[in-house]
Design a protein around this ligand. Structure first.
Ligand SMILES: [Zn+2]
Length: 323
């Protein structure tokens, strides 16, 4: 077996090991500040030490390893990904980017290869926001964007973020010490699985991310008039759900007709939501994304124009909230 094949085998085996650290026996689920988070940090830290790195856990719970440069005041190249998961997100999402980086450093260490920069590997403690409903807690602590108001965020068992940090051995008030300086960072590189079908369909082993699609999101409320399904004639109805259906299809059609834009209505609430009641009010989400802000905003303008026309034609009230 070639050296690269051995490394690849090691990466896959380590993803399997991390994949066993789950708070749910039925699927992989590893959340911020859980016992499994602690164990994952320990496992990753052990592998980092084996690869010739020095390790530390920062004040928010990210695990770090450094392959130290011999050059004085060397800048840092940061590699890594997240070690938390969404429920049943699979054993490669996040983990692959941490363990592959560790195996790469182990290879350099074996070759006694040194660099004019530190290679720092980070395993982010919270990217998904599954436990406290707020995403990217690990990386926001690094960038100094930690919010005082998060202190009282609660998980599904009513445990606050501040309490959970104490139980883990961290302190909410000390998170600012996890922030890092921008001036000595050479770059950040993350290997991540594709969360879509394109590479597989095109039979490509890897893709390079050239841009991250910026999203705009809205809550759209349609107010019509509720009424009895048996007694209100079709010509006298202001059916919010039927109007919403027409609007949702317009969103799909407009984004299909354009390139480089995706638009999604993924959530809808309907009131009163009864089998024999004409819908009086709906609320649906709209998520529009593109790598190019201009393309996105042009699509959005066309979508909003159509929604307005459909609302006017059907005599329902449309309100748009940018979130
Ligand atoms: Zn991920």
């Amino acid at each position: 077996m070639s050296e690269f094949a051995e490394l690849a085998t090691q990466v896959m085996a380590r993803c399997e090991m991390l994949g066993t650290l789950s708070q749910n026996p039925n699927c992989l689920d590893r959340r911020y500040l859980s016992e499994q988070h602690r164990l994952a940090n320990q496992l990753a830290s052990g592998w980092m030490i084996e690869a010739g790195m020095t390790t530390w856990q920062d004040a928010v719970g990210n695990i770090w390893g450094r392959y130290t440069s011999t050059v004085p005041n060397a800048p840092r190249l940061i590699l890594g990904s997240h070690l938390d998961t969404v429920p049943n997100g699979g054993k490669y999402d996040g983990m692959l980017g941490v363990v592959a980086a560790i195996s790469m450093v182990a290879m350099f260490d074996g070759l006694q290869r040194k660099f004019p920069f530190h290679i720092d590997i980070v395993g982010f403690c919270d990217e998904e926001g599954t436990r406290f409903g707020t995403t990217l807690l690990g990386s926001r602590a690094l960038t100094g964007n930690w919010q005082e108001s998060w202190r009282h965020l609660k998980d599904e068992n009513g445990i606050s973020l501040a309490e959970a940090m104490e139980q883990f051995g961290l302190h909410f008030d000390e998170v600012s010490s996890a922030s890092i300086s921008r001036t000595d960072i050479l770059g950040y590189l993350e290997l991540h699985i594709e969360q879509g079908p394109v590479l597989e369909q095109e039979n490509l082993p890897v893709g390079v991310v050239s841009a991250i699609a910026g999203a705009k999101r809205f809550n759209i409320t349609i107010e019509g008039m509720a009424g009895h399904a048996g007694t209100v004639p079709m010509s006298m109805r202001y059916d919010a759900l039927a109007a919403s259906a027409e609007m949702i299809l317009a969103v799909e059609r407009i984004s299909q007709q354009r390139t480089g834009v995706v638009a999604t209505v993924g959530k809808i609430d309907n009131m009163p939501n009864g089998v024999n009641v004409i819908s009086g009010r709906t609320r649906f989400s709209l998520d529009v994304r593109s790598e190019d802000d201009t393309l996105r905003d042009e699509a959005l303008a066309e979508i909003m124009q159509h929604l307005g026309e459909i609302g006017a034609k059907r005599n329902v009230k449309l309100s748009v909230e940018h979130i």
